[in-house]
Design a protein around this ligand. Structure first.
Ligand code: ACO
Length: 334
């Protein structure tokens, strides 16, 4: 089912001026998982491309990961955040429903800013970027912090081998600032709520579309259905979006899809088509960190000298909801 909103080329007056990441110290490898559930390193690597994921400490929550990612960004790019006027945190695992993680970040750094958490699962970071670009370009804000951060280990059932091999914890943030020559070229977002029952965490309610869900607050998914939806729908969505924006995949230097599963990304790339070698993946050592996979993959691209100033990046998040969101941006940092 196709139900997206796609823009052509947009007028942007915002650009990314810094990026930072953080992952917790504890490593959970495929071999560790072999001791916890009936699985094997070979099965996990073959089906997902994941080798390791990071796990937050017992007393370490999403806001702690956000704070460390921001400190990393300040150190890497020598940016100042004291004049940030809006904080957007994309997360499905906030420390509390409220106060928001964004408020906890604001209080930690003593900022004078608006603060909001947004919930769009693995598409959250790209939705946050779209909001930051829109708000800055409309003159509502000048400097916005966008963070994708998760502690999925706290909502993962480590007796369920179909999910516990996938998820990990991590955070990534960017600073988006006013820039006359903005670098957001075109965006897309969409949703298929009708398929939401294939991937969920119950909250106050445990019935979706008349069907009773397993309701203890952990993540549940029908992996095969999600796989089919992502591979069957997203390549067409991306191609028709590029056409509307009068761009082609040849204009894209780096494709940065949500790192849900390397096999899924391979299948998506084959169908678009797009060379896998120009795709960035953060899952090998971090697993699926939901809203954090895209900034974590961008950091890997920067660290490995792949992303260069002037490159065009196609960021594409998708996941629970079901939702998806894309942004084609020009990278301006050295
Ligand atoms: N180790 C060994 N065997 C396993 C494991 C495991 N960890 N998990 C399942 N199996 C078995 C199953 O029991 C089944 O056995 P059977 O054939 O005897 O019944 C067999 O492997 C195949 O199971 P499937 O679930 O059909 O395996 P599939 O090939 O679909 O791979 C996977 C599972 C990796 C989860 C895949 O479906 C997938 O990646 N789906 C997308 C997941 C995703 O991206 N989710 C988004 C979440 S992000 C968010 O929004 C929070």
């Amino acid at each position: 089912m196709i139900s997206s909103h796609t823009t052509g080329k947009i007028k942007s007056q915002a650009s990314i001026t810094g990026l930072g990441v953080y992952v917790p110290e504890r490593v959970l490898s495929n071999h560790d998982l072999e001791k916890m559930v009936e699985t094997s390193d070979e099965w996990i690597t073959q089906r997902t491309g994941f080798r390791e994921r990071r796990i937050a400490g017992e007393e370490q929550y999403t806001s702690d990961l956000c704070i460390e990612a921001i400190k990393d960004m300040i150190q890497r790019y020598q940016v100042t955040i004291q004049d940030v006027d809006l904080i957007i945190v994309a997360t499905t695992t906030p420390d509390y429903p409220f106060p928001t993680v964004a408020c906890m970040v604001q209080a930690h750094f003593g900022l004078h800013a608006g603060a909001i958490d947004i919930s769009a699962a693995c598409a959250g970071f790209v939705y946050g970027l779209q909001m930051a670009n829109g708000m800055i370009s409309a003159g509502l804000h000048k400097k916005v912090l966008v963070i994708g951060a998760e502690t999925l280990s706290k909502v993962t059932d480590y007796t369920d081998r179909s999910t516990c091999i996938l998820f990990g914890d991590g955070a990534g943030c960017v600073l988006v600032e006013f820039d006359e020559e903005g670098s957001f070229i075109t965006t897309q977002c969409g949703s298929v709520g009708e398929e939401g029952h294939h991937l969920y965490r119950t909250g106050l309610r445990n019935v979706i579309e008349g069907e009773k869900m397993l309701g203890n607050g952990n993540i549940y998914q029908n992996g095969r259905e999600i796989y089919k939806w992502a591979v069957g729908t997203l390549p067409g969505e991306i191609s028709s979006w590029m056409e509307k924006a009068e761009m082609t995949m040849e204009d894209v230097d780096w494709f940065v899809p949500h790192s849900a599963n390397l096999r899924m990304i391979e299948a998506i790339c084959k169908r678009i088509p797009y060379p896998l070698e120009q795709t960035l993946f953060s899952g090998e050592f971090y697993g699926n960190t939901s809203s954090a996979t895209i900034p974590l993959a961008m950091e890997i691209g920067i660290r490995e000298g792949k992303i260069q100033s002037g490159d065009k990046l196609l960021l594409y998040g998708f996941g629970g909801g079901l939702v998806y969101a894309g942004a084609l941006i020009q990278w301006k940092l050295d």
